[in-house]
Design a protein around this ligand. Structure first.
Ligand code: NCD
Length: 310
C-alpha cells in the first residue's frame, strides 16, 4: 500500500490502513535508531524547515533528529528570531520560505487549522507538529506505537485520558487514532476543561469522575493543564486539581494490573501526576519520547513519496 497524502495535518484525515502503514514504517525505522551509525541516505538532498511558532522541546528536537537520520537537511526557525516579530503574516513567511525550495515544512502554530491554510498556499508538503487545540498527529502516532509495543495490538483496549481535554491537541489526535483502531476512550477532567460534544468523535465516554475513567483501564494517559490556552484559569487551585484529577500510586491501582501510564510531556510533577508514578515501573513516558523519532522518520518518509530505505 502506498501513502497518498502530500500533507499530514490531522489523524482525522487518515484512515485505519494509513495509520497502520505509518506505525509499521516507524517500527522498521527503529532499527536505524539502534545502529551505531544512525543515518541512512533515504532523504538525501531534501530540505526540511521546522517552523515552530510555539515552544517545544521534544517535538522539535525529534523532527530534527528524524530528518537528520534520513540524511535530509533540517533548518529550524523560531518566532522570537524570525520576522514574525516584525509583523510578517504567516502566508508571507511561508511564501518567502518556499522561495528557498524546501520539500517539507513542519509547523507548530497556536492557531487551530493554520496548517490547512498553509497547505493551500504552498507547493511543498506540510506536517503538523501541533496546531492550537486541534491536533498533534505525530504525538497520536507515537502514542499508538508505544501502546502497540506493550499490547501487540491497538484494538479492544480501554484508554483513559485525564486532564484538560478542551485545550489538548494530543487528546484529539489520540481519540481520532485510537478509536479508528478499535479502542475505547474514557475521558475525565474538570467540567470546565471538557469540551461539549466530545463523545461524538467516536467510541468516547465522558466520565463524571477520574475513578470511573481509570477503573480497569489498560492505558492511563495524563495531560498537562494548558494554562497558556486558557483565557482565565479554569480551576480553583492546583492542590484541589491534584486531589480530584491527579494520578498517584493509590488511584493507579484502580486500573488493570500493569496498566500503562503515559504523558506527552512536559509534565508538571505533583500536579497531574505524582513523581512516584512518573518514575514508576508502569510509566512508559520516556518510551513515548524514544518512539517519537521513529514515528517522525516515518512521517517525513511517506510525505516524501516513500521509496527504499537502506
Ligand atoms: C504537547 C503539546 O505541545 O501539545 N506536548 C508535546 O508535544 N509533547 C502537550 C503539552 O504541551 O502539554
Amino acid at each position: 500500500m502506498s501513502f497518498r497524502h502530500k500533507h499530514i495535518i490531522a489523524l482525522r484525515d487518515l484512515n485505519k490502513e494509513e495509520i497502520e502503514l505509518l506505525i509499521a514504517t516507524a517500527e522498521s525505522m527503529r532499527e536505524i535508531n539502534s545502529r551505531d551509525i544512525k543515518k541512512v541516505p533515504t532523504l538525501r538532498g531534501k530540505t526540511i524547515i521546522n517552523l515552530f511558532y510555539e515552544s517545544s522541546t521534544r517535538t522539535r528536537t525529534s523532527f530534527e533528529i528524524a530528518a537528520k537520520r534520513l540524511s535530509a537537511d533540517a533548518v529550524n526557525i523560531s518566532p522570537s528570531t524570525s520576522s514574525a516579530t516584525k509583523g510578517e503574516t504567516l502566508a508571507d513567511t511561508a511564501l518567502n520560505l518556499l522561495a528557498m525550495k524546501p520539500d517539507i515544512i513542519v509547523m507548530r502554530h497556536a492557531v487551530s487549522g493554520s496548517h490547512y491554510f498553509l497547505a493551500n498556499k504552498v507547493s511543498c508538503s506540510i506536517i503538523n507538529a501541533g496546531d492550537g487545540a486541534h491536533e498533534h498527529p505525530s504525538q497520536g502516532l507515537l502514542d499508538m506505537l508505544t501502546i502497540k509495543d506493550k499490547f501487540g495490538r491497538l484494538d479492544g483496549l480501554k484508554v483513559a485520558i485525564v486532564g484538560d481535554i478542551t485545550h489538548s491537541r494530543v487528546a484529539r489526535s489520540d481519540i481520532q487514532g485510537l478509536t479508528k483502531m478499535g479502542s475505547s476512550i474514557f475521558l475525565a477532567g474538570p467540567p470546565t476543561m471538557m469540551p461539549p460534544g466530545v463523545e461524538k468523535l467516536g467510541n468516547v465516554t465522558v466520565c463524571g469522575t477520574m475513578k470511573e475513567a481509570i477503573q480497569d483501564a489498560d492505558v492511563v494517559m495524563m495531560l498537562r493543564i494548558q494554562q497558556e490556552r486558557q483565557g482565565k484559569t479554569l480551576m480553583p487551585n492546583t492542590r484541589e486539581y491534584s486531589r480530584y484529577f491527579g494520578l498517584n500510586p493509590t488511584n493507579l491501582k484502580l486500573a488493570k494490573p500493569g496498566a500503562m501510564v503515559m504523558h506527552p510531556g512536559p509534565i508538571n510533577r505533583g500536579v497531574e501526576m505524582s513523581s512516584y508514578v512518573v518514575d514508576g515501573d508502569q510509566s512508559h513516558i520516556l518510551k513515548q519520547v524514544e518512539n517519537g523519532v521513529a514515528v517522525r522518520m516515518a512521517m517525513l518518509y511517506h510525505v516524501s513519496g516513500g521509496g527504499s530505505v537502506e
